[in-house]
Each structure stands twice: as structure tokens, then as C-alpha cells.
Ligand binder design. Structure first.
Ligand code: ADP
Ligand code: ASP
Ligand code: MG
Length: 412
């Protein structure tokens, strides 16, 4: 008898029909004698709808109230799935984050899980009951509801699996695994049999929606076996492994993108020590995350300082930078909120030279201008114009030999 934590995403519980299909699947695993805990997201579109309402009522809604609002989507779906299971003669009970004491820090809308009490879940499992846990939500130090950031139900599932020392955490979604690129953008993308957690963490952090990046952190930290599968069809999915197989891996395992980026430049900044900190400290103090940074010294001894932020933070960052520019007696502030980031990821990069050149050549041939570059041991990211994003993803995918030839022929 094995313990499984199964997570079903928004599309997988998006209608009564889909909830019934999930209940059938869960019951099969339960009837096979396994201990199953289910984690569910809100029905598809529901969290977007709630978020939209929040922003309509208040331009900058209070984060504590946003958490109360956004977490309500999962409250509905856990109850519905528990009912569907009971309807099939399978004992079940739904739980909100507060009820199983899924303890987090106090950071509303981006809380981190600190502890999970497993007593209730263990008692249920011992009694043959299927607990259905609300994804994406926990309880902060003072008892307030917290959420983990969009897509955060994956993290609930992996954290529960770690706490229960489950045999496998299964993320059921609307694709049948992790692909070499988002199959919606690259029709020739291939499903990966397995991917290392380091690569998966980079892919998720750099924009791939298929897994919430914090969920992948748990794989590294607690060694939770994690698999991504389809809730629509049976199949092996993709296993996220903790093995280091960099020597036998392809150079690039996947290509990913992030659309919601923006960049800001402060020109003619005096080239003196401490200036980078003077520019970025007020941005950080406003809780705006800075991603890429480029600084170029011009012929006149001043520097142009460019950095990227999330598009949602663009206007605020622009205002702050205007004030800093005046204080520093710098030149002008320019900005562009129509940029995107494309990244190639692979542990195989560690043992190969010239990987960046392959990527830059491919973009150059296609007439795609690179605006910024950043690299690490296992990834290369470039910023391009947003309108060229999908094309950039496809040419990089092809350049690294990732295309599925069979699909290529069908497309031809
Ligand atoms: P869920 O609601 O089940 O959590 P998500 O929409 O969050 O599902 O994630 C699944 C989606 O992730 C897929 O529909 C796919 O378009 C997207 N995606 C992005 N990159 C990848 C990738 N490399 N492999 C598979 N899917 C990807
Ligand atoms: N319902 C939340 C969202 O849409 C969490 C999740 O689906 O993982 O972001
Ligand atoms: Mg998701």
C-alpha cells in the first residue's frame, strides 16, 4: 500500500463533468488499496475572475483581503470534489489550509509554507477516508489566510507529499507531461521522460507555467518524487528527478519564456561607487523585484543603467526612477513594457562551450534583436521584443535540436 498525493489543476476540475472524471480517477487509486490525498485548484478561470473583481473595486487592493478573496475559489472546488467522491461511495472530507494548519509566513499573496500538521490527514488515511485539501492557501502567524502566488496549488501538493513522506506526488494537468517547450507555442515540442529538478526549477522560475517554482524547490529539499501527468488521458508523464545526469543529458533540455516583463533605463548616470545601490534600493524598498541588470560605461564617463521588472510593477518603478534620476543628476528615464524573456535551460551546458553562440546565431538569422542577456551555469536568457517572442522560442527550440521530427513531417 503506497501513499500518493494527487493534485488536479483548474482545467482538470473546470466543470461538473471534469470533477466527476477526477472523482472516478481518485476512486480507482483508492480502490486499488492506496492511501490517496487530493489537492485541488479553483475551477479554471475562477481565480482570474476573483482577482479581476479585487482590482475593479480597489486599484491597489489590500493584500490581506485579496488572500481572503482569492482563496475562496479553492473552498468551492474541494467541497465539490469531496461530494463527488462520496457520491461514488468513497469516504472523503475536504479541508481548507487553516483546518490542516498549513502554516506559512506572513507574506500575503506570496507566502512560504513553514509547517504542515499531518495528524488529521493521517487519521483520515488510516480510516480509509480520502482527504481533499485546498491548494494555494495556508494560515499565517496571526491566523490570517495567506496564498502562495498564482499557480501555487502545485506547492501545496508537494509540501503535503513531503510532510507525509508520500511515495509520489502526482501533478495532474491539461498536458501529458513536461515538454521541451510550451506545446501551445511550439507544436513540435517533445514530452520529456524525465527532467532534473535543477532544470525544472530554472524552467519554472523563468516562466514555464507547468509547475510552480516553489513546488520544485521542495523536490530538491526533501527528495519528493514528483510526476507531471494528464488528467485527460493515461500515460507515464514526466518524472522530476534528483539524480545528477549532466554527462548524459542533451545540452539544452527545454526552452521557456516569460511575457510579463518590462525594462527601464536611466541614462547618463555619474560613474561613481554606490550608484547601483542608490538606483535599486528605492525599487527594492517598494517591494518591486528586479530581474536582469545591465550597466554600460559610455565614452563620456557616465553609465546607462538598465534593469527589468515585472510588467505590473512598471509604472511604479518608472515613477521611483524619475525621482532617483533627479537626485543623482542623471540624464533621462526611458522604458519599454513590451518586452519578453526567452531562456534555454540544460544541465548539459555545464560540460559544453559555445551554447550561447548557437542561441545568438539562431536569433540573428531570424532578424530578432537581443536587447539584454544573462547567463548562469545551466541557463541563458535573452530579452527580445514581445511581438517576436513566439518566433524566438521556436527558432531556439529548433537550433538545439529539440523538435519532434514526426510532428515536423505532419506540419510539412
Ligand atoms: P493547471 O491549471 O493544471 O495547474 P497550468 O495552466 O498551470 O495548469 O499549467 C499547464 C500549462 O503549462 C499547459 O497547458 C502548457 O500550456 C503550459 N506549459 C508551459 N510550458 C510548458 C512545458 N514546458 N511543458 C508542458 N506544459 C507547459
Ligand atoms: N487557483 C490558483 C491560481 O489560479 C492556484 C492554482 O491554480 O494553482 O493561480
Ligand atoms: Mg498551474
Amino acid at each position: 500500500m503506497a501513499t500518493f498525493v494527487q493534485k488536479y489543476g483548474g482545467t482538470s476540475v473546470g466543470s461538473v463533468e471534469r470533477i466527476n472524471a477526477v472523482a472516478d480517477r481518485v476512486k480507482r487509486w483508492h480502490d486499488d488499496g492506496h492511501r490517496v490525498v487530493v489537492v485541488v485548484s479553483a475551477m479554471s478561470g475562477e481565480t482570474n475572475r476573483l482577482e479581476g473583481l479585487g482590482y475593479e473595486i480597489a486599484g491597489q487592493p489590500d493584500p490581506r483581503e485579496m488572500d481572503v478573496l482569492l482563496s475562496s475559489g479553492e473552498q468551492a472546488s474541494v467541497a465539490l470534489l469531496a461530494m463527488a467522491l462520496m457520491q461514488r461511495g468513497c469516504k472523503s472530507r475536504s479541508y481548507l489550509g487553516t483546518q490542516i494548519r498549513l502554516q506559512t509566513d506572513a507574506n500575503h499573496m506570496k507566502a512560504r509554507i513553514e509547517d504542515i500538521e499531518t495528524a488529521k490527514l493521517d487519521t483520515d488515511l488510516d480510516a480509509g477516508i480520502v482527504p481533499v485539501v485546498a491548494g494555494f492557501q495556508g494560515v499565517g502567524p496571526n491566523g490570517d489566510i495567506t496564498t502562495f502566488g498564482r499557480g501555487g496549488s502545485d506547492t501545496t501538493a508537494v509540501a503535503v507529499a513531503a510532510a507525509l513522506k508520500a511515495d509520489e506526488c502526482q501533478i495532474y494537468t491539461d498536458v501529458d507531461g513536461v515538454y521541451t517547450a510550451d506545446p501551445r507555442v511550439v507544436p513540435t515540442a517533445r514530452r520529456l521522460e524525465s527532467v532534473t529538478f535543477e532544470e525544472m526549477f530554472e524552467l519554472a522560475s523563468l516562466g514555464s507555467k507547468v509547475l510552480h517554482s516553489r513546488s520544485v524547490e521542495f523536490v530538491g529539499k526533501y527528495g519528493v518524487p514528483l510526476r507531471v501527468l494528464s488528467s485527460f488521458e493515461d500515460g507515464p508523464g514526466t518524472l522530476i528527478t534528483t539524480e545528477d545526469r549532466s554527462m548524459e543529458q542533451p545540452i539544452v533540455s527545454g526552452v521557456t519564456y516569460a511575457r510579463d516583463e518590462a525594462k527601464l533605463t536611466l541614462t547618463a548616470v555619474p560613474d561613481v561607487p554606490g550608484v547601483a545601490s542608490r538606483i535599486l534600493s528605492p525599487i527594492g524598498a517598494a517591494s518591486i523585484e528586479v530581474d536582469m541588470i545591465v550597466q554600460n560605461i559610455g565614452g563620456d564617463g557616465t553609465t546607462d543603467f538598465t534593469f527589468t521588472v515585472r510588467r505590473a510593477d512598471f509604472d511604479r518603478a518608472h515613477e521611483i526612477l524619475l525621482a532617483t534620476g533627479q537626485e543623482l543628476n542623471a540624464g533621462s528615464v526611458t522604458g519599454d513594457d513590451k518586452i519578453a524573456k526567452v531562456s534555454a535551460v540544460g544541465v548539459g551546458m555545464r560540460s559544453h562551450a559555445g551554447v550561447a553562440t548557437t542561441m545568438f546565431d539562431a536569433l540573428g538569422h531570424e532578424g530578432i534583436n537581443i536587447q539584454m542577456i544573462s547567463t548562469s551555469e545551466i541557463k541563458i536568457s535573452v530579452v527580445v521584443e514581445e511581438r517576436q517572442l513566439e518566433n524566438a522560442v521556436r527558432v531556439i527550440h529548433t537550433a538545439f535540436g529539440l523538435d519532434d521530427d514526426a510532428v515536423d513531417e505532419e506540419v510539412d
